[in-house]
Design a protein around this ligand. Structure first.
Ligand SMILES: *Cc1c(COP(=O)(O)O)cnc(C)c1O
Length: 354
């Protein structure tokens, strides 16, 4: 049972809902009318508020800006055919959020604040959840330190906020990716397994170099040998080799444990695929391609769900794919979309009723 949440609600006098063109919703561009905000100080979470979205006022010595105690999550809410709102697997994101908080020496969020606070906010904003297929309401919980000091130390004060953003279909045409063997995303003992803001700042240079060369994303390699596949951009990666589906295992602590990754593994197994979590050596990927055994390469994440890779380049070797003939990735995409939009029975209990 979720404990009672004491929440103060202040509603806006003027909704922006009618000003937004729901046929044109670039990812993350528009916010709904309200946000949830709560401060942490004196060792406890204070009164939680749902209130109109407004700018924050923070000290220029704000410690999150200087030293990066800042974490986030990404979740989606949908409506089923009857217009009833649901959130996809919020408890998994809740657990991961507190894992991120622990690694970054930030306070844990109580379940009622994260889950019940989110539920109340989504309920208030349910008219913002688009009804069209492939559209959703993106939920962005985040926490950052609010100490005002230039000293490097774990802060004593924090802010937790949930924002909502109606979003259209992610640009999900098949993408071109190359194997990144200069820059790395995460090393053993580091913070690659958590969703902290600095990981993304650190990744932007590699993405910029890839774009200049006509690629959309990079396939990150391990930080030591540059030989073991990790993730594609901000998605987990899957390879269909022969009749097996292979995805990097999580033992190294350098890979973000995606909720979509887990959903994809479950769905693929139900569809009769053998799914193996193991270290994935790039030479084995190349050998499989040369033998005609590398059938599909795809990324998984909340934003795009499934992103098919039509070209993968390693050094001078280019692997090309005809994604029209693929079976596994489109099946995962179709099944997850059908569960989320209420057309397929939710046998896993993934859909959390708002
Ligand atoms: C968020 C994220 C993913 C995907 O996780 P989901 O829970 O499926 O959205 C994968 N890799 C990185 C680095 C991420 O930040």
């Amino acid at each position: 049972m979720i404990a009672e949440l004491d929440l103060q609600v202040t509603k806006t006098g003027k909704s922006k809902l009618n000003e937004i063109d729901f046929n044109n919703l670039p990812f993350g561009k528009f916010l709904t009318d309200h946000m949830l905000e709560v401060d942490y100080a004196d060792g406890e979470w204070k009164q939680a508020h749902i209130k109109p979205v407004e700018n924050l006022s923070i000290s220029p010595a704000n410690s999150a800006i200087h030293y990066g105690q800042s974490i986030f999550e990404g979740i989606k809410a949908y409506k089923d055919a009857d217009g009833k709102p649901f959130i996809f697997r919020p408890y998994d994101n809740f657990r991961r959020f507190n894992l991120s908080a622990e690694r970054m020496q930030m306070p844990a969020i109580p379940e009622e604040l994260f889950i019940e606070g989110m539920r109340r906010l989504v309920d208030l904003e349910k008219d913002w959840i688009p009804m069209k297929s492939d559209y959703s309401l993106y939920i962005r919980p985040f926490m950052f330190s609010t100490d005002s000091t230039l000293g490097v130390k774990a802060a004593e004060t924090y802010k937790f906020i949930i924002l909502l953003s109606p979003t259209g279909p992610y640009y999900s045409v098949p993408v071109k990716v190359y194997v990144e063997d200069t820059y790395t995303r995460a090393a053993r003992g580091g913070v690659g397994f958590v969703k902290n803001a600095g990981n993304y700042g650190a990744s932007m240079m590699a993405t910029a170099v890839a774009k200049k060369q006509g690629y959309d994303q990079v396939l990150w390699m391990d930080a030591y040998e540059h030989k073991y596949a990790q993730e594609i951009g901000t998605m987990n990666v899957f390879f269909v080799i022969g009749n097996k589906v292979v995805t990097p295992d999580l033992q190294s602590g350098t890979i973000l444990e995606g909720v979509t990754r887990d959903s994809a593994i479950e769905v693929l197994r139900e569809e009769g695929y053998e799914v193996v979590e193991q270290p994935v050596h790039i030479d084995d990927v190349v050998r499989a391609y040369e033998a005609g055994e590398l059938k599909e390469v795809f990324g998984t994440g909340t934003a795009a769900t499934i992103s098919m890779i039509r070209e993968l380049k390693y050094e001078d070797f280019v692997m090309k794919f005809d994604t029209d003939t693929w079976k596994a990735a489109p099946a995962v995409k179709r099944i997850l979309t059908d569960i989320r939009e209420g057309r397929r029975e939710d046998t896993h209990g993934w859909m959390f009723k708002v």
